[in-house]
Design a protein around this ligand. Structure first.
Ligand code: G3H
Ligand code: 13P
Ligand code: ZN
Length: 328
């Protein structure tokens, strides 16, 4: 059934587990997530970005997720809007039937100018007022995602801050977070702790100087009852990079967020863990392999099937690793 995200996050907090929130853009990704959730008895958070809505179209996303809900009536599913850039965007998603929205007021509506604290609080309050009346969950974001190695925002996917940032902007401040949660009354807070979107997060295996799990602990100590969200949480498995390279792809050396760090974060209040890139890498590796090994094949079903299987493998692994399995 379609459920609110609040319901799932409350349950996750009560039982001390995390829930991967996977981005969806097409049929095969939705199917992969649902098959993995069914197999592991896990609750599901599917999220659609502005890019997803542009690619697939709002109606297609809505009915793909609805089809998932109908096909697996025993699994709770959240339909979440990822990175809403304005209250209007969130309103549109709510009208379309999303059960949860993210108001990302860390950046202005252009998606690249760092917003003031007052602006962020104001737009988040507006969305909470509109959403809570309808039982829709709200995620907000405080702090700007970006790299503590380069001090730059996400560049690859076009929704990161422009220019050089300070350490203060790249790491959510616990005191400010407490004020933000109290005044906005949001349901879940996305924090900045050194992760960034996309495949190119770290140039070396991350340690405390570039990925601050310590900061999560400090925020959790100040806000023990707030559900925390980690964006940019793909692990960028080396074997997937190797597969893509082996079959003609060009991937530079890069590292993601180790699963053990995500597991540590889950012990300290992180309940929603956003993952998109790992599924992209898995599907691309599988498609490259299939086409290289079967140059005569041209039926999309034949290469989308292994791609779907590869995506499912990532989902199965995260449901087990985050302790989500068994909680549907
Ligand atoms: O927020 C980042 C997600 O990976 C979505 O990416 O904006 O390219 O759809 P996208
Ligand atoms: P990744 O790029 O690390 O998968 O992060 C996805 C994300 O945060 C979506 O909002
Ligand atoms: Zn994100």
């Amino acid at each position: 059934a379609l459920v609110s995200m609040r319901q799932l996050l409350d349950h996750a907090a009560e039982h001390g587990y995390g829930i991967p929130a996977f981005n969806v853009n097409n049929l095969e990704q939705v199917q992969a997530i649902m098959e993995a959730a069914d197999q592991t008895d896990s609750p599901v958070i599917m999220q659609a970005s502005a890019g997803a809505r542009k690619y697939a179209g709002e109606g297609f996303l809505k009915y793909l997720i609805q089809a998932a809900v109908e096909s697996y009536p025993h699994i709770p599913v959240v339909m979440h809007q990822d990175h809403g850039q304005s209250p209007d965007v969130c309103r549109g998603a709510i009208e379309l039937g999303f059960s949860s929205v993210m108001m990302d007021g860390s950046l202005m509506a252009d998606g690249k100018t760092i917003a003031s604290y007052e602006y962020n609080l104001d737009v988040t309050q507006q969305v909470v007022a509109m959403a809570h009346k309808l039982g829709v969950t709200v995620e907000g974001e405080l702090g700007c995602l970006g790299s503590l190695e380069t001090m730059k925002g996400d560049k690859e996917d076009g929704h990161g801050a422009e220019g050089t940032m300070t350490r203060e902007q790249l790491l959510t401040d616990p005191e400010q977070a407490a004020d933000f949660v109290k005044r906005s009354q949001l349901d879940a807070l996305a924090i900045a702790v050194g992760t960034s979107h996309g495949a190119y997060k770290f140039t070396r295996k991350p340690t405390g100087d570039i990925l601050s799990v310590q900061r999560i602990k400090e925020i959790h100590a100040r806000l023990p009852n707030t559900h925390l969200v980690m964006h940019g949480s793909s692990s960028v498995p080396q074997e997937l990079l190797a597969e893509i390279r082996e079959f003609g792809g060009d991937m530079k050396e890069t590292y993601g967020v180790p699963v053990e760090e995500l597991q540590e974060a889950i012990k300290f209040g992180v309940r929603k863990v956003n993952i998109d890139t790992d599924i992209r890498l898995a599907m691309t590796g599988a498609i490259r392999r299939f086409l290289a090994e079967n140059p005569g094949k041209f039926d999309p079903r034949e290469y989308l099937k292994p791609a779907r299987e590869a995506a499912k493998k990532i989902c199965l692994a995260r449901y087990e690793q985050f302790g989500t399995a068994g909680h549907a």
